[in-house]
Design a protein around this ligand. Structure first.
Ligand SMILES: NC(=O)C1=CN([C@@H]2O[C@H](COP(=O)(O)OP(=O)(O)OC[C@H]3O[C@@H](n4cnc5c(N)ncnc54)[C@H](O)[C@@H]3O)[C@@H](O)[C@H]2O)[C@@H](O)CC1
Ligand SMILES: Nc1ncnc2c1ncn2[C@@H]1O[C@H](COP(=O)(O)OP(=O)(O)OP(=O)(O)O)[C@@H](O)[C@H]1O
Ligand SMILES: [Mg+2]
Length: 329
């Protein structure tokens, strides 16, 4: 008898919570849809009057003896998203392997040469964006060259996406990208903690991921940070966006490389389009949201076909269809 009113109160309480939850979910779906619309605004139209190269010439800096898959995934993803030309600047041992994966990529075996910085710099006037880090490894000599490449890229105002071992370098030397407004960092969970520790000199608050991403971006002088995970959290130190596009539970290696390669192209498109097309939002944040949504949608589609055997190559095969579904509706 005594349980009756209490059960009623519990049920009422549950209804309030469920309503609050579904309102929050509806709100976040609406936010996601609004941001996807901004991504659609930055995509350049296909046109018969354009020449080769106009829709993007992207460079990937990475690839060493151990890792050849990561730079390949990043560079081929840039092409599949819509760049016209995709270059890889890698260590000499990685070059024949990457060339053999794909005739579409232009591969420069220069990263371990004594003139590496100059060899890359001479291509910079012809590139719209660099993706630095996939499969780079942590060899000191290579990292010193990449430091030089970042410095000359900044001097030329080239947008840079920094991922994987490029983030290792930034954690050692945050000053390298501090305050560079054309940089986007794409750390996974472990890379984010490492960067946070190095820059804010203390562990992050794992109960406040929004605050942690916002603080890291601010501490790095408002560079854009994309924390990848179950939900991707993006910030430029002023705004925080969340991407929870449905993916799958399959976590094969290489998905982050697809993201950073796609982002290289989208960053170029977003900066070309400018803030009027992004409704005042930061073009880099909009580009990052686009790359996160696309990667997760590729994962979702590939998983529906291949289930547990899904690999990053299966996801790359979905880029065209995923792009159309999200951005060409
Ligand atoms: N096929 C390839 O050539 C690939 C090469 N890769 C390269 O491998 C190098 C090292 O990259 P890693 O990502 O392994 O970086 P780290 O060497 O910093 O290792 C991170 C470790 O943390 C673990 N981890 C990842 N997410 C986690 C989470 N949410 N919670 C707890 N642990 C987590 C991973 O299993 C990994 O062992 C980079 O150069 C990267 O580009 C990767 O991109 C994967 C594919
Ligand atoms: N738990 C998760 N649920 C759904 N999607 C996830 C989850 N974790 C990561 N992702 C998505 O997978 C993609 C790659 O993120 P991940 O954390 O695997 O990067 P990474 O470790 O750098 O990958 P890589 O193996 O290429 O180095 C991102 O688009 C991210 O949104
Ligand atoms: Mg990675």
């Amino acid at each position: 008898m005594a349980l009756g009113p209490r059960c009623g109160a519990i049920r009422a309480c549950r209804r309030v919570l469920e309503r609050a939850f579904s309102l929050r979910k509806a709100h976040s779906i609406k936010d996601m849809e609004n941001t996807l619309q901004l991504v659609r605004n930055i995509i350049p139209p296909l046109s018969s009057t354009k020449h080769k190269g106009q829709d993007g010439r992207i460079g990937v800096v990475g690839g060493c003896q151990e890792y050849t898959g990561a730079p390949y995934f990043a560079a081929i993803s840039a092409l599949k998203v819509g760049a016209d030309l995709s270059h890889v600047f890698c260590a000499s041992a990685a070059a024949p392997v990457i060339k053999a994966y794909s005739p579409e990529l232009i591969v420069h075996p220069v990263l371990d040469s004594p003139n590496a910085v100059h060899e890359v710099e001479k291509w910079l006037p012809r590139l719209h964006a660099l993706v630095v880090g996939p499969g780079l490894g942590r060899d000191d000599a290579l990292l010193r060259n990449v430091q030089g490449i970042l410095e000359v890229s900044k001097a030329r105002d080239i947008p840079v996406v920094i991922d994987a071992d490029g983030l290792w370098l930034v954690a050692q030397q945050p000053a390298l990208i501090h305050g560079y407004r054309k940089a986007v960092l794409t750390p996974n969970h472990v890379e984010f903690s490492r960067l946070y520790d190095a820059v804010l000199r203390g562990p992050m608050d794992s109960d406040d991921s929004h605050g942690s991403v916002l603080r890291l971006s601010q501490a790095l002088g408002n560079v854009t940070v994309v924390q990848k995970g179950e939900r991707d959290i993006l910030s430029n130190g002023q705004q925080v966006l969340v991407c929870s596009q449905e993916g799958s539970s399959r976590r094969c290696g290489g998905q982050g490389d697809l993201l950073s390669g796609s982002l290289g192209v989208l960053v170029h498109w977003a900066l070309l389009a400018g803030p009027q097309k992004t409704n005042g939002s930061s073009p880099l944040l909009v580009a990052a949201f686009g790359a996160c949504s696309l990667t997760r949608q590729c994962n979702h589609q590939a998983f529906q076909k291949h289930g547990r055997s899904t690999t990053t190559s299966d996801m790359i095969a979905e880029v065209g269809a995923a792009f159309s579904k999200l951005f060409e509706t």
